[in-house]
Ligand binder design. Structure first.
Ligand SMILES: O=C(O)CCC(=O)C(=O)O
Ligand SMILES: [Fe+2]
Length: 323
């Protein structure tokens, strides 16, 4: 097997990017158009909030199935769904009955976290507009808060020969992910796989098929996968930034020059989707026990109907790239 050349994920100082620092913008441009992945530091999301989020998630995954089910029954600002609420066993969880969850705290933490990340996401969309020379609002207007959700994912040790999360492209515009220090996320670049190493207090950002669609492939969606090789649980928190359904998902004319190239990309994505449909690898994870991957998905209650509409569009045969 040939050895992969050295690879460094662009590390972006968010404050410098917000202040339109030229070298940072150049690095961001490369991340958008060449790699489709980057790491964000100095992002301004309060550490106190991410600490609380980590604490409630760890408690959630360390407690018993009975206690977890009470989260789904709690009528707060958020709605919880996913395979974490099926009785699939959690091998690397202690299933500790002494851990009692604070449902109100969970509700508040995830509500606040989602709000913070939507703001960060909007800032990043604005930065994308800047570095791509777009008029203000061209990407931002294609974003709608109702399309955004946050997950707390749990990985048992991945069984040999399996993937905790199979290789896939995200459907959304942008994913802003926090991962604990266990590691196991990999991205594909120019046909080779590279680890996305955990970094304290940083976010990993990658772009999804919706962003690729809007920009005729100028912003790259990147293939990625996860395996947990450690004998301890791994937790990660992806936040998926959804598109605006009011805008008919129309592609931006500014990038039509890349249309020919995008036709090939579309073809690859459709082939990939067909494979995914079989494996049910979209974010409706039902029975995932054999991979040891569990999903706790949180959606704002006030957005639930709108979110379901979006899922219908994304999962229907008449997908967004079929005009
Ligand atoms: O767990 C991770 O680090 C990534 C998860 C992921 O790619 C996804 O849920 O789309
Ligand atoms: Fe993903």
């Amino acid at each position: 097997m040939s050895k992969a050349p050295p690879f460094e994920l662009p590390l972006i100082d968010t404050e410098l990017l917000r202040n339109r620092d030229k070298p940072t913008e150049d690095l961001f441009y490369k991340a958008l158009t060449d790699i489709g992945f980057l790491v964000l530091k100095n992002h301004g999301v309060p550490k106190e909030l991410t600490d609380r989020m980590e604490k409630v998630s760890e408690d959630f995954y360390k407690t018993t199935h009975e206690e977890r089910m009470k989260v789904q029954a709690y009528e707060g600002k958020m709605i919880s769904e996913g395979s974490a609420f099926t009785d699939t066993p959690f091998v690397n969880s202690p299933n500790d009955a002494s851990i009692k969850l604070d449902f109100e705290e969970i509700d508040n933490v995830f509500y606040d976290y989602l709000e913070e990340l939507c703001v960060l996401g909007q800032d990043l969309l604005e930065c994308c507009e800047n570095v791509l020379g777009l008029r203000e609002g061209r990407l931002l207007d294609n974003y709608e808060a109702a399309g955004s959700i946050v997950d707390a994912l749990f990985y048992d040790k991945t069984p040999p020969g399996k993937w905790g999360t199979n290789a896939h492209y995200d459907n959304c515009m942008m994913t802003i992910l926090r991962q604990d220090m266990v590691g196991g996320l990999e991205l594909q670049h120019k046909g080779l796989w590279y680890p996305v190493k955990p970094m304290e207090d940083c976010f990993v950002v990658n772009f999804g098929k919706m962003m690729e669609h809007f920009t005729y492939g100028v912003i790259k969606a990147t293939y990625h996968r996860v395996k947990n090789n450690k004998d301890q649980m791994r937790v990660s928190w992806p936040m998926f930034l959804g598109p605006n359904l009011n805008r008919d998902l129309t592609q931006l004319i500014e990038f039509k020059w890349n249309e020919k190239h995008y036709i090939d990309i579309e073809r690859e994505r459709i082939a990939e989707e067909n494979k995914e449909i079989e494996e049910n690898a979209a974010h409706v994870h039902l029975n995932v026990s054999e991979k040891g991957h569990h999903v706790w998905e949180m959606i704002e209650r006030r957005h639930i109907d709108r979110y379901r509409d979006l899922m219908l569009v994304q999962n229907s045969k008449k997908r967004f790239w079929i005009k």
